[in-house]
Design a protein around this ligand. Structure first.
Ligand code: PGA
Length: 267
């Protein structure tokens, strides 16, 4: 992740998808970055089982991340994976607080904050997810809910921590629906103001992502929305043909400069 707040981050989230055969997709994404680097950070978060192989397939051209990490360090936590293990496997980033973790694994804001801290201990860049449900939006509570999640899920910033906040309205995830431009501006503007108030100039390095039904057909409009510094992409990150189309759109917005890609510094 760059120190520049405006460097666009295009991040994929494979969720519980992907066997070894799908690593051809990572290979094809890496080819796209090799041919047309652009001034972008490109990250794909994959299941833990694929991280080491995905790092090889990415060939230092795209960063590979985990989709979750334990808040704990090594210990008796059968089935869990800690941040050091992700780092050891070659991940440079991790998603924490995805709504699917919050919903199916009952992760509270406090747990998400503890996971973010654990990730920072291992120098993993973090994407901290939040967003309102459809009912909360209909009740006019989107700003309140997202503001409260931000306050409680983001620990006090550790110097040098690389952080992105992903606004992912739950009703937009996997549904094909996205919020209006005005709705995204309202939520991200609210979150940006809260970050400024809480962290002052240190907040400037925090990137704000939009996630939820991002597709090649809507990526340009989303990236052109004020406050959007990048996107977190689920379904459309599984196939290189779609993800690469989104990368092409992002490159138009952030034209290439001479930026040698160093895998360890990505995302
Ligand atoms: P989607 O998922 O792009 O498939 O809607 C986004 C996410 O859950 O991160």
């Amino acid at each position: 992740m760059s120190e520049e707040p405006t460097r666009t981050l295009i991040a994929g989230n494979w969720k519980m998808h992907g066997l070894r055969a799908q690593l051809d997709e990572i290979d094809a994404m890496a080819c796209s970055v090799r041919e047309r680097p652009g001034n972008l950070d490109v990250l794909v978060c994959v299941p833990a089982t694929l991280i080491a192989r995905a790092v090889q397939a990415a060939d230092g051209l795209i960063a590979i991340g985990g989709e979750d990490c334990s808040a704990e360090e090594a210990g008796s936590f059968t089935g869990d994976i800690d941040a050091e293990m992700l780092r050891d496997a070659g991940a440079t980033s991790v998603i924490v607080g995805h709504s699917e973790r919050r919903r199916w694994h009952h992760e509270t804001d406090a747990i998400v904050a503890a996971k973010a801290k654990a990730a920072w201990q291992q120098d993993l860049a973090t994407i901290i997810c939040l967003g309102e449900t459809g009912a909360q939006r209909r009740d006019g509570n989107a700003l309140k809910v997202c503001g409260e999640q931000l306050a409680a899920s983001l620990p006090t910033i550790k110097a040098g921590a690389r952080i992105s906040i992903a606004y992912e309205p739950l009703w937009a995830i996997g549904s094909g629906e996205i919020p209006t431009r005005d709705d995204i501006v309202a939520v991200l503007g609210h979150l940006r103001a809260a970050l400024d108030t809480r962290f002052g100039s240190a907040a400037r390095s925090i990137r704000m992502l939009y996630g939820g039904s991002v597709k090649p057909g809507n990526a340009r409009e989303i990236l052109d929305t004020p406050h959007v510094d990048g996107m977190l992409i689920g379904g459309s990150s599984l196939l290189a043909v779609e993800f690469n189309a989104i990368l092409d759109i992002a490159r138009e917005r952030s034209p290439a400069v001479n930026c040698p890609l160093a895998q360890d510094k990505l995302s």
